[in-house]
Structure formats: C-alpha cells, structure tokens
Design a protein around this ligand. Structure first.
Ligand SMILES: [Zn+2]
Length: 508
C-alpha cells in the first residue's frame, strides 16, 4: 500500500483525495501545482498560499542547481525558506531541458541528492521523455534508460521526500502499460505520465487520454498520477476523469507574457477583450482597456493572476464534481465548448468498460446532456446487469403508455433500455433525460433490449417506441416485436388501442 495517498471519492476514473508528504504537509487532490520560476517573480509563493489557496507548487531543481547563489542558498536554508512557501514543494529535475536542448550537465544521482538536500517534498529523477511521434525503437530505448533511472532513484536515500517514477512509452499504449506496471512495482511514490507536453501544447487531447489510460492500466489504484504540462484549465475535468491527480501549470505565466487570457472554454487575447468574462479579483477591479494601458511586466502580472484564479477555480470545480458524482457532466460541458476536449471525451468513452470498473455504483443523479452521454459507463453497467435479469414470459417495454395485450409492462428508457420494475427507483435509472431523445440514446436502448432478450430467449418481448427509425429497429434481435406509438397517436396515457399486426422483427 502507498500510504501517502488517500482516496475519498471516485467518479469515472477520477479521484478526490489527499496526498501527504513525509514532513506532514498535505495537498487535496486533484491539485494544480503552479510552476514557480526562481528567476522570475510572477506571483510570490507567499501570495500563492495566502491569496490563492495554493497548497503545493513545483519548481525546477535543475535551474536552481545551475545558479551558484541559488544552489548554495537552497542547500543551506531549504526550498521552503528560500521560496518563502510553507506548503508542499515538488521539484522537477531537468528532463524538460533535456528534451528541449538535448543535454544537461548533471546525473540523476546528483540532481536527486540535491533535491533531497534542498528539502523538496517530492523529488524527480531525470527521465527521458519520448516525443509523441517517435518510432517504436526510440520509445523502447528511452524506456530502458528511464528504467535505469528509476533503479537509481530507488537506491538514493530519499530522506523525507516522496520520489516520482515517470511513466513513458510515447504513443505505444502497450509500452505505456508495461512502463506503468514496472513503475508500480518499484517502491517509488508519485507517477507522472511523461512525454505528454507536446500533445497538450497541440491540443491532442484524444492522444493524451489514450496515454493516461494506458499508463493507468499498468499502475495500481493507489498510485497518485501526475500529468506533466497540463496547465490549461480547459483540460482539467477531462484529465481528472481519465485518472490524473496532480497537474502543474506554467501556462498561467507563459500565456500572460503573450497577453493571452485563459478561460475555462479556451484562450482569448487581451486585445480582443472589451469586457472581462470572469469574476476574479483582477477582472472585477480592472477593465481590459486599463490593463492594456499598463507597462509590460505590470500588465503580465495582472494577466498571470487572472490566469491563476481561473485555473485554480476550475480545479476546485473539478474536485467538487468528483465529490458530487457529476464529473462526466462537467467534462461534457467542457466538451461542448472546445472540440479538442470533445475529442478527448470521445476517446475516454471508447474505454467505458475500463471506467466502469472504478465508477461508483451509486451517485446522486445522471443527466443526459449529449449523444456522448449514451456511452457513459453507467449505461454499459446497466446493460451488463440486464444479463442477469429474469423477464416475465410476456413483456412490453414502452416509452409511453401501456399497450393492452402484450403482458407485463416495463418502461423503455433511452439510453438505458429496459427498466425492470424492481430497479426503477435506483441509480442510474432515476436519470434526468430530455423528452426529445436522439438516435444515440435509442441505439443504446436497443442494445439494452438485445441484452435482455439474449438472457431470456423464451420471453415474448414487444417494444412500444416513439418513432424510432429503421436503422435503430434493425439493432433489435429477431423475435422482438415492435409498436410505433407515434404512428398510432399514443402519446398520453390512453391505453385502449391494441397493437396487433405490427412488424415482428426482421427475419421472424
Ligand atoms: Zn479574471
């Protein structure tokens, strides 16, 4: 068991929990760790804690190590004192510089020893981030190097620090999974999914989700997972739903330097704004025109503060959603405002069976919000449950009123399908769904009917549907009879008409 990480709530593969570092400091997860550059004083770490509620930050040990004065100060006073920050301090090792510039001038053992001496709470070995489009040979070679580094990291006296075990593998999901399993088998503590920065920068969120889920298949459920470079708030809900617990943001400062303004829906440019669409203290106290009038660094600092407020606010919203069991609904809301998130959400739903394993059986509610809702893990779980349901000999599944002459009636509820009476008041069949259903919901419901029919081959099943199209009806198994309520004008609670003579399934 990894005792540093405690999970309180789960939703899809997302978790709300708490990470405790050996010196006793804690951080509530999922958490956003602002990147603090020791050379650039954007928002002072003390202000991060006091005004922004930041519990953990990340700084670059390689940059500090490369500066004689900072290095000695960090060794003598420790990073908490040097940075004037009493929360959790995580350090990166120079892997990013290695990826950018091709070489660095410290070894893993040296930089780890330095991080430990500087009293970092979470220390990182130098691993080799594999570029997303590298070939398999390169990915395998990088992975061998990373494994050696993890062995070095295991052998270094970590003192009072947690040690990260980066999970690489490029875009090869089998290598990612194997790397995850290897990392979980070490006695290391925190698991960054590495090499994703170029994907995140290019908004390739579908590929990010595939990489995270592959790493998670290898990792154990008690492994806290860090997504390096995921600093844009638009991706927080999605990445949390895929199973990430820790995020770092340099974006708040980097975007500000280009006069870019982060929102939960994407990025705007300061020159395009007449009104700030935000409630944070910066946007409440200033107009875009007044911020534009400021000199460079003063303007950038204000934008960085806004960017940080909106990022940390979104992370609080994500934590609340995991607790409330509404994380996938938050992901859907974000997917409706950014196509890259929609792509990532669709990739996530391609793995609904994996999500279903961690998704809680009970939540407060289920809201059908888009065609993607039809692919949520709750729907596949209900379909699996139908395999074990005994149907009456003669059963009518109806979207509307009872229709006489077809036996016992159960509700037919898209996207779930048959609602056995005994389950009708239980989650997720208490779902809130729109009256005007869509083809995706009906097709999912048809799959549910097929599961029930397969489990009860001797039952005579009729479905009374509201104008389902032929392509959907074709998904029903042979032998399931159908009644079109719309064609018969049966919308309300009239029950009189009999429904004989309807078509009885394709080859029946
Ligand atoms: Zn703002």
């Amino acid at each position: 068991m990894r005792e540093a990480f405690e999970v309180y709530d789960v939703d899809a593969a997302g978790r709300r929990g708490e990470l405790t570092v050996p010196r006793g400091r804690t951080v509530e997860t999922p958490a956003l760790l602002p990147v603090v550059n020791p050379h650039v004083d954007t928002v002072a770490p003390r202000r991060l804690a006091e005004e922004f509620g930041v519990e953990a930050l990340i700084t670059n040990a390689y940059v500090i190590h490369g500066d004689d004065d900072l290095r000695e100060a960090a060794r003598e006073r420790g990073l908490h004192d040097l940075l004037d920050f009493d929360g959790v301090v995580m350090t990166d090792s120079g892997s990013f510089q290695l990826a950018e510039y091709g070489e660095i001038d410290v070894t893993t053992a040296e930089i780890l020893a330095f991080q430990v001496a500087a009293e970092s709470d979470i220390v990182t070995p130098v691993d080799v981030p594999t570029p997303p489009d590298a070939d398999r040979e390169t990915a395998e070679a990088d992975l061998r190097t990373t494994r050696e580094r993890l062995a070095t990291a295991e052998s270094v006296a970590a003192g009072d620090a947690l040690v990260t075990a980066p999970v690489q593998g490029g875009s090869f999901v089998d290598l990612r999974e194997a790397a995850g399993r290897h990392a979980a088998d070490t006695d290391l503590d925190v698991f960054p999914v590495g090499g994703t920065v170029p994907l995140l920068n290019d908004y390739r969120y579908g590929d990010v989700v595939e990489a995270v889920l592959a790493a998670k298949r290898g990792l154990d459920p008690d492994c806290p997972v860090h997504l390096f470079g995921a600093g844009h708030p638009v991706v927080f809900a999605l990445a949390t739903a895929a199973g990430c617990d820790l995020f770092d943001s340099a974006a708040y400062a980097l975007y500000a330097r280009d006069d870019r303004y982060l929102t939960r829906r994407g990025t705007r440019h300061l020159t395009d704004l007449e009104t700030f669409p935000c409630e944070c203290p910066v946007c409440t106290a200033h107009t875009p025109a007044r911020v534009r009038d400021r000199e460079g660094s003063a303007r950038h600092d204000l934008l960085a503060e806004h960017n940080l407020h909106v990022s940390l606010g979104e992370m609080r919203r994500v934590r609340d959603a995991v607790r409330a069991g509404t994380l996938l609904e938050l992901v859907e809301a974000r997917a409706r405002s950014h196509p890259a998130v929609l792509d990532g959400y669709r990739a996530l739903l391609d793995h609904a069976d994996e999500l279903e394993r961690s998704d809680p059986v009970r939540k407060d509610g289920f809201r059908y919000l888009s065609t993607e809702s039809a692919r949520r893990p709750e729907v596949s779980r209900h379909h699996e449950r139908l395999d074990r349901v005994t149907a009456p000999d003669r059963l009518l599944l109806t979207e509307g009123p009872r229709v006489e002459g077809h036996g016992t009636d159960w509700t037919l509820l898209p996207p779930f399908g048959p609602v056995p009476d005994a389950l009708s008041r239980t989650y997720p069949l208490t779902a809130e769904t729109p009256d005007r259903t869509d083809p995706a919901a009906r097709e999912a419901a048809a799959r549910g009917v097929a599961r029930l029919a397969a489990a009860n081959p001797d039952a005579a099943i009729t479905i009374a549907h509201r104008g389902w199209r032929a392509e959907t009806l074709d998904r029903l198994p042979d032998g399931v009879a159908t009644v079109d309520l719309d064609a018969r004008g049966l919308h309300g609670d009239s029950r009189a008409e009999s429904a004989t003579g309807e078509h009885g399934g394709d080859g029946a």
